[in-house]
Design a binder for this molecule. Structure first.
Ligand code: FPP
Length: 244
């Protein structure tokens, strides 16, 4: 990795390609997701080592509910397992866990695991790991707009004072800086309803590597890409920030 490192403050990842990874090996899709969860664990570790303060992982999208019942159930099982097993480890290593997404659609026992993970780790400062679960970017914006409208109707907020900063505070990511780097694996170059508002100025990095194969060196390559983009703007970086 490049010596002169300008570490991103927030890396957001669409972990894509578990299914194709498994199919190529004659394995079940569930096996691919299991391997994907292992890759996720490694990436959290790498992000911590690299000093990245915020890492968001798109673990289950609002569209993923439309997958076959069996696969949704396998993914929920994996989430249960991951949350039970990883929470203590993440806590020990100083990670704070936050969850964004529509909790109402998640099974109640998973909501409890999420609540526990957030409460247990809330004072940790080494890294913040945000899991996007049952998350959709448009939904996030829609919920925020509705909440804002409700408060305006109740006379609690004056709409004329609402600017982008205030609106951001109504999103599920309130208090979390916008991602400056978004990574998507497996060759797809779409945002797929991920952090629609928050990614407005992010560098986008797409790689053909399938998610289960995404290792430390791949993360470092993505950070190098980020650095090369930053360097391109050189002395103009201030302006880059202003213009996006
Ligand atoms: C995309 O692969 C991945 C998902 C739908 C789920 C992501 C979940 C994990 C990586 C495991 C859980 C991780 C955590 C952190 C709890 P895909 O099935 O769309 O792959 P395909 O496009 O090849 O079919």
């Amino acid at each position: 990795m490049n010596a002169q490192v300008n570490t991103p403050k927030h890396v957001a990842i669409i972990m894509d390609g578990n299914g194709r990874w498994a199919t190529a090996r004659g394995l079940s899709r569930a096996e691919g997701h299991r391997k994907g969860a292992e890759a996720a664990r490694q990436v959290v570790e790498t992000a911590k080592e690299l000093g990245i303060p915020y890492l968001t992982l798109f673990a289950f999208s609002s569209e993923n509910w439309n997958r076959p019942e069996d696969e949704v159930s396998d993914l929920m099982d994996l989430l249960r397992y991951y949350l039970k097993k990883e929470t203590a480890e993440l806590h020990k290593s100083g990670a704070r866990i936050l969850i964004i997404g529509d909790r109402e659609r998640l099974p109640i026992d998973i909501v409890k695991l999420i609540d526990n993970a957030e409460t247990l780790t809330r004072d940790n400062e080494k890294i913040t790991v945000v899991l996007a679960l049952s998350y959709g970017g448009r939904q996030d914006i829609l919920f925020a707009a509705k909440e804002l409208a409700k408060q305006a109707r109740a006379g609690e907020i004056d709409l004329d004072t609402v600017n982008e900063d205030i609106f951001s505070q109504y999103l599920m990511t309130r208090g979390i800086p916008d991602p400056d780097l978004m990574i998507r694996t497996s060759g797809e170059s779409r945002i797929s309803n991920f952090l629609m508002w928050q990614l407005a100025y992010a560098e986008l990095y797409f790689t053909d590597t399938l998610w289960p194969d995404f290792l430390k060196k791949d993360m470092e390559k993505a950070i190098d890409y980020f650095n090369s983009r930053e360097r391109r703007y050189g002395g103009l970086s201030q302006m880059h920030e202003m213009q996006g």
